[in-house]
Design a protein around this ligand. Structure first.
Ligand SMILES: NC(=O)c1ccc[n+]([C@@H]2O[C@H](COP(=O)([O-])OP(=O)(O)OC[C@H]3O[C@@H](n4cnc5c(N)ncnc54)[C@H](O)[C@@H]3O)[C@@H](O)[C@H]2O)c1
Length: 263
């Protein structure tokens, strides 16, 4: 037994949207902390494969799993493949999300000019993707009497962001859902928590962060005067995925340089 309190004890993790950014950092943190296997999901197969390769370089078995988490059938098939490869999935990280990764999927119009079809990309991945994955992962976790579920939300979902109304609502919805799941599943030995991120340097926000002056303006509302790094998020997600957090459930923990505080 290592002295590492974050040791994952050979447990198997599935990380959605792990082809880059925060999800990639989580997959690598899992590999560095004695995961028994890592399922690297992304709807872009080449991204999932590249990160699965990085995980394997760290000596941990990885499965690159292409799947759009907005499709319940695809999520079901992905978990079947994961169980065929590893026997089980102990840890689910709902990381896939879209506030701006794919500009074509994001309605740039003010909310008051949007139509319901503009809302679908946000609700699809940020809310329905979480429901799909938890619905499919949960029964086997209950049968195994063990599970850790972590959902990545945004401070937008805690405090609300103008121009990101639907994203804010979808993330807040995911957090409310996770609190209910925590109450449902605590007695089965399963924890369910959220991590709420502030501006984190990933490809998703590359455009917004490529101009140093824009970053300076952004950081005015942060107490710690730097952007978050994917590893800042991954460290908290690793903690909530390990047994070090076994008495923490139903919480939303900000990792946000003090942009806003949790009460
Ligand atoms: N970067 C930030 O500043 C920031 C801030 C707050 C919250 N977040 C949240 O953190 C999470 C990770 O964000 P990131 O910045 O690393 O994003 P990113 O866009 O850099 O990476 C997300 C990955 O998820 C994949 N993906 C998107 N939709 C998917 C779907 N439906 N099914 C499967 N894969 C899908 C993309 O292909 C991409 O590889 C998201 O939930 C995001 O909302 C990020």
């Amino acid at each position: 037994m290592s002295g590492n309190i974050l040791d994952l004890k050979r447990r198997v993790g599935l990380v959605t949207g792990a082809g880059q950014g925060v999800g990639r950092a989580v997959a690598l943190r899992f590999a560095e902390n004695n995961a028994g296997g890592v399922v690297v999901n992304d709807f872009r197969l080449e991204r999932a494969q590249a990160v699965a390769g990085e995980v394997e370089k760290l000596g941990v078995k990885a499965l690159a799993a292409q799947c759009d988490v907005t499709s319940f059938d695809s999520v079901t098939a992905m978990f079947e493949k994961a169980r065929a490869a590893f026997g089980k999935v102990d840890i689910l990280v709902n990381n896939a999300g879209n506030a701006g990764a794919d500009p074509s999927a994001v309605a740039r119009k003010p909310f008051w000019e949007q139509e319901p079809k503009d809302w679908e990309p946000f609700l699809g991945t940020n809310l329905f993707g979480v429901l799909n994955c938890v619905r499919v992962a949960g029964p086997a976790m209950i049968a195994n009497k063990y599970g850790k579920i972590v959902t990545v939300i945004s401070d937008a979902g805690r405090v609300g962001e103008p121009n990101l109304e639907i994203y804010s609502g979808a993330k807040a919805g995911a957090a409310g859902f996770m609190r209910a799941v925590a109450k449902d599943l605590g007695r089965a030995g399963i924890t369910a928590n959220c991590v709420a991120l502030g501006a984190t340097r990933t490809p998703a926000i590359e455009r917004a962060t490529s101009d140093p002056e824009a970053v300076k303006r952004m950081l005015k509302v942060y107490q710690i005067k730097r952007l978050g790094e994917p590893e800042d998020a991954a460290n908290m997600i690793l903690f909530l995925s390990s047994d070090a957090s076994s008495w923490i459930t139903g919480q939303t923990i900000p990792v946000n340089g003090g942009y806003s505080f949790a009460m």
